[in-house]
Design a protein around this ligand. Sequence first.
Ligand code: PRP
Ligand code: URA
Length: 210
Amino acid sequence: MLHISDHPLIKKDITALRNRETGSDEFRRLVRRIAQLIAYEASRDLDLEQYRVQTPLEETAGWRLTRPIILVPVLRAGLGMVDAFLDMLPGARVGHIGLYRDEETLEPVEYYTSYPETLGQANVFLLDPMLATGGSAVAAMRILRNQGANDIRLISLVSAPEGVAALEAAFPEAHIYTAVLDHGLNDQGYIVPGLGDAGDRIFGTGAETG
Ligand code: PRP
Ligand code: URA
């Protein structure tokens, strides 16, 4: 299921994120701020359980999350979203999946994985700002599923219809939260209009990054 944000602050910040004049410092701040707003929306249906809490005046009913939370950023660009999610979900554990897209084939290449053993009991947030062909997201979902994860929300900032279709074909039950759905991909597999290479813009490694 695809959830596209219609929050005005997200629309405003995505516009600044797209702007080629936005340098890495501001780009990182924007990624963090948008991720925080999406974290709020994507955590809306987390399971709660009741417990009793003692206020200074009397005992009353309180709430806590039922399941542990695990964040899994896809390296590199997903790292830019981690702190925002930790602000909202401070008790979360953090795994990592290292993938890069082969520039010729556009196929994902796995180079690193690390995650807590409790994936199967957790609400998992898979963090990657770009859902382009969907190859990386499908590979990351498969890795997490094979390790026992059964409740995974993919959090993206900019998505292409091709990536959404690929993920929904592979995982029909998947929940995708995105800030914006763009109109397609160019010949090099970049999202258009998009924002360029998210990893390069976050870390200042691209030729065109400010
Ligand atoms: C980007 C992005 C996704 C992937 C999306 O990573 O962060 O992981 O591309 O493309 P896809 O949907 O076509 O697979 P990239 O491969 O550029 O690696 P990087 O973050 O290390 O630069
Ligand atoms: N990865 C990116 O960083 N940007 C795109 O547009 C597509 C893949």
